[in-house]
Design a protein around this ligand. Structure first.
Ligand code: FAD
Ligand code: DHY
Length: 492
């Protein structure tokens, strides 16, 4: 089949009925649900762009195996040119959604592509796991499937491992083996966009201990598989708010969900790892499933940061506040932050290495530096935006107020900005800012940058420990090696 159109994606959504819970009810029809309709159209647009002449060369490549076009995010990177093709494709997608949708199809395409490119690792443990992931990759690539993923155990008792929780199936684990596959039970989080996807892949961050065998697993199932409950969080928009009042929240709501598996059958050919604590713990360090999606996340995060910084600049400019020195200082800092991330991305891409198996990977230290800095830089941007917009962020008439003939002249008189910025223009800018720095939509977007790649505290600590192990601290050691020992003062 090759690349899908938006219509084909929406048709597939219509043809299924996953068990999606929203506000205490099962959603009867995803596309008829106002909370989901606009975000689904935004995803459909990304599929359509694959066919548009302006984007096709960036978003797709011809698959060597099938001769058909496939999404560029399915391209297995072997050299710098492949890396940069993927980078461009990530950027085109991110620009379309202003970086606000983190789990667009390209994200998990990179995860599965990397798993398949590193099937040698799974083959060390089990021939079938390797064959299964290779076939799954081809299935996704050739049918242009949209995946969600859930790789974190729910927060029950973080001081205990999965097998030590009060209930053995609070966390997702295997109940039994059958001739046709494994039966899985328990929960996993935090599946972003689950309701709008075709299938789900489960794997885990490392951290398994002996005794956790039943939880050490990786597999994929269709999103409407029998026994899977998708429990959505409270929406950040009601699906009916106007694009004037909420230009971002009304478009880019990326619904997150807890996945609860109630005795779901996973056929053997969709099992990628099972009952093996060592393999589950080594999956991240030994394959590229940290670095390859981190490339997508780095590019997307850069676009989101740049977008938020530009909105902050617009807020300041629209009310003449950027005439003040401290506002210029703060905005200068934000712009420099975007330049830091852009430069780090280019460095990580240029300083790629080729693995023994021929996979081109970005410099992991630089990539991890991006991931370490974004949880500080993005919230800082939001903080500056709040400080510059100040009370004006609360003093905004709604679209309905603008439409009132009686009120309109008053609005036009009192809500305008500096010379050249009328009330409507200023409110458009401030409403953009409020979606980012005040609304639940913006707080979720901020929480995403803090946590999408794991707990930033432990990630920085892991980074430090690995750096200390891998780097000789040569400069400090060079001076310490000089013979500056304590000497008794010379007395005559
Ligand atoms: C908006 C959003 C979207 C996301 N989308 C997805 C998605 O699509 N798919 C997916 O799989 N995941 C997704 N994630 C989940 C993400 O992977 C997790 O949130 C992340 O790994 C952090 O884990 P946690 O939330 O369970 O926090 P926890 O690990 O529970 O951390 C909570 C607090 O406890 C501390 N803590 C917990 N355990 C320890 C420990 N062992 N040692 C020291 N300190 C500890 C942490 O420092 C932190 O302060 C998303 C997250 C967010 C916020
Ligand atoms: O470690 C990384 O940054 C890559 C990454 C982040 C978040 C995920 O959910 C994931 O599957 C992979």
């Amino acid at each position: 089949m090759g690349i899908r159109t938006g219509a084909q994606y929406l048709e597939a959504l219509k043809s299924r009925k996953p068990e999606v819970w929203l506000n205490g009810k099962i959603v009867e029809s995803i596309l008829d649900e106002p909370y989901f309709n606009q975000p689904a159209l935004e995803i459909a647009k990304l599929y359509d762009m694959q066919h548009e002449p302006a984007y096709q060369e960036d978003l797709t490549v011809v698959c060597e195996e099938t001769g058909e076009r496939m999404a560029t995010s399915f391209l297995m990177p072997h050299n710098y040119e492949d890396i940069m093709k993927r980078s461009k494709a990530f950027e085109v997608v991110a620009r379309q959604t202003f970086g606000l949708m983190g789990r667009t199809p390209d994200f998990l395409n990179t995860v599965v592509t990397s798993l398949a490119q590193n099937s040698w690792f799974l083959r060390k443990y089990n021939e079938d796991w390797a064959t299964n992931i290779e076939n799954y990759y081809k299935h996704l690539r050739d049918n242009d499937i949209f995946l969600t993923h859930a790789i974190v155990n729910p927060q029950n008792d973080r001081s205990k491992n999965s097998h030590e929780q009060a209930d053995q199936f609070t966390h997702l684990g295997v109940v039994e083996e059958r001739a046709e596959g494994i039966i899985v039970r328990g929960a996993k989080m935090l599946a972003t966009l689950a309701a709008l996807t075709d299938e789900v892949i489960i794997y885990s961050f490392p951290g398994f201990a002996p005794g956790d065998e039943r939880y050490a697993l990786a597999f994929a199932v269709p999103i409407d598989v029998k026994g899977l409950k998708i429990i959505c969080r409270e929406p950040v928009q009601d699906g009916t708010r106007s694009t004037f009042d909420h230009p971002l929240a009304s478009r880019y709501e990326e619904m997150d969900a807890l996945l609860v598996f109630e005795d779901v059958l996973v056929p053997w050919d969709k099992v990628f790892l099972y009952n093996n604590v060592e393999a589950a713990n080594l999956l991240y360090p030994m394959t590229g499933i940290a670095e390859q999606p981190a490339h997508q996340s780095g590019v997307r995060g850069y676009i989101k940061l740049k977008f938020a910084v530009e909105v902050a600049c617009k807020v300041a400019d629209s009310i003449g506040a950027d005439q003040y020195l401290h506002v210029q200082r703060d905005l200068g800092e934000l712009i420099q932050n975007t330049e830091v991330i852009r430069s780090l991305l280019r460095t990580a891409e240029r300083e790629y290495t080729i693995t023994e198996q021929g996979e081109a990977r970005l410099n992991p230290v630089v990539l991890e530096t991006i991931r370490g800095m974004m949880p500080d830089m993005y919230p800082r941007t939001i903080e500056v935006m709040q400080a510059i917009g100040a009370g004006g962020l609360l003093m905004m008439p709604t679209e309905a107020d603008f439409l009132s003939e009686e009120l309109r002249p008053t609005i036009d008189r009192h809500y305008g900005g500096r010379a050249g910025i009328d009330a409507e223009a200023r409110m458009k800018i401030f409403k953009l800012a409020w979606d980012l720095c005040g609304e639940a939509f913006g707080m979720r977007a901020l929480q995403y940058e803090r946590y999408y790649t794991g707990d930033p505290v432990r990630k920085r600590a892991i980074f430090y420990n690995k750096y200390k192990k891998d780097h000789a601290l040569d400069l400090a050691n060079a001076i310490l090696a000089k013979e500056d020992t304590v000497k008794e003062p010379q007395t005559n």
